[in-house]
Ligand binder design. Structure first.
Ligand SMILES: [Zn+2]
Ligand SMILES: [Zn+2]
Length: 388
């Protein structure tokens, strides 16, 4: 199965959808326009069922194959949301909304899955049902989790799930994947250090929270450098440090710090959560201050199971020829992990070529990748439910 010829014919149409989504980016769960257009197109294609409002603004379309001898149902997933970024591409179809931009290529994912849906509804050359999953709020809102909690997988009897993300730095027309952990778990923490503020010329009468916070920031570096096995992946980043003083001569009462923890292994995640709290509390106590730590777990690790990864690789090889089957995992996180925690499946990277990285104001999805992505989505359905 080389790139399906039909997708070469559909390319202008799919590209037009992609650029329309690009021009009209929407954030988090507020993807009403995008989801509405997705549902409308799925109905136009002749999907057997189109259900809106799953996980608030998610959409699921069902296409039944020519036969259904064994009740097989395969889920294919794309994400629809954009990012709060000011676009700087200068494209003629650049975002029309200041402060919102499709900087992660979800416009491309949605358009490619729509393309696959159009082809699958035309051909129906499979034995079972395809569930086309369009989710909101991948960028931090947990839209994938909400769709799962809404009962999507059981409601439609979805047995396997496959997802894809474009990736700059990988040549267009090629794929990359790995078995096991491919994206990290992302947790966040909030630390509040309270001391005793006062005149900066009288530090002996104060408990200087700025100094305590500085010690905490440095001590937290020992989690990665001294606590975790160097062969395991871990990131501990303090990203915000804010005091309640804006003066040159006032020692603040309080310092607030915020940051992120990225891990690939649940044991390392448990260790970091515990150690972070111990280091903050111990350091604050040693220096006479007090502290409160809030640690919140976010998206879990995205894990590709062995067998489904093999299926994903096989289809990618048929579509593209070139597949890197041992790509390095990324410390970013992905809420497709909530679906992979419930069902066997895999998550693959689609080459976006030599562009700016995702989440950059100059990033753009490469439309030349569309035939490969759409072919892979459609190919997964046909390969996992071969026509009788
Ligand atoms: Zn993103
Ligand atoms: Zn993304």
């Amino acid at each position: 199965m080389p790139v399906k010829n039909r997708f070469a014919e559909l390319l202008p149409e799919i590209t037009a959808w992609r650029r329309d989504f690009h021009e009209h980016p929407e954030l988090m769960f507020d993807v009403q326009r995008t989801a509405g257009k997705v549902a409308e197109l799925l109905r136009d294609f002749g999907c057997d069922e189109v259900v809106e409002g799953i996980g608030r603004t998610g959409v699921v379309g069902l296409i039944r194959g020519r036969t259904d001898s064994a009740g097989r149902v395969i889920g294919l997933r794309a994400d629809m949301d954009a990012l709060p970024i000011n676009e700087a591409t200068g494209l003629d179809y650049a975002s029309k909304t200041p402060g919102k931009m499709h900087a992660c290529g979800h416009d491309g994912h949605t358009a490619m899955l729509l393309g696959a849906a159009k082809y699958l509804a035309e051909t129906r050359n499979f034995d079972g049902t395809v569930a086309l999953i369009f989710q909101p709020a991948e960028e931090g809102g947990g839209g994938g989790r909400e769709m799962v909690q809404d009962g999507m997988l059981d409601r439609f009897g979805i047995q396997e799930v496959y997802g894809m993300h474009n990736m700059p730095g990988i040549p267009v027309g090629t794929f990359a994947i790995r078995t096991g952990a491919i994206m990290a778990a992302a947790d966040q923490f909030d630390i509040v250090v309270t001391g005793k503020g006062g005149h900066a010329a009288k530090p002996h009468d104060c408990i200087d929270t700025t100094v305590v916070a500085a010690h905490i920031v440095v001590a937290l570096q020992t989690i990665a450098s001294r606590g975790v096995d160097p062969l395991k992946q871990v990131v501990v980043s303090v990203c915000t440090v804010a005091t309640d003083s804006t003066a040159h001569n006032v020692i603040p009462q309080q310092v607030v710090m915020k940051g992120t923890v990225r891990t690939m292994d649940p044991k390392v995640q448990d260790y970091v959560e515990q150690r972070l709290s111990e280091i903050v509390m111990g350091t604050a106590t040693a220096l006479g201050a007090s502290a409160v730590v809030q640690y919140k777990r976010g998206y879990p690790v995205t894990v590709n199971a062995v067998e489904p990864t093999g299926h994903a690789v096989k289809v990618a090889q048929e579509v593209a020829g070139q597949v890197d089957t041992d790509t390095a995992p990324l410390m970013g996180a992905e809420d497709f992990s909530f679906m992979l925690n419930e069902r066997p499946g895999a998550y693959i990277f689609l080459g976006n070529g030599d562009t700016a990285m995702v989440h950059h104001p100059q990033y753009n999805f490469d439309d030349d990748a569309i035939p490969f992505g759409s072919s892979w989505y459609a190919g997964m359905a046909e390969a996992r439910m071969p026509a009788a």
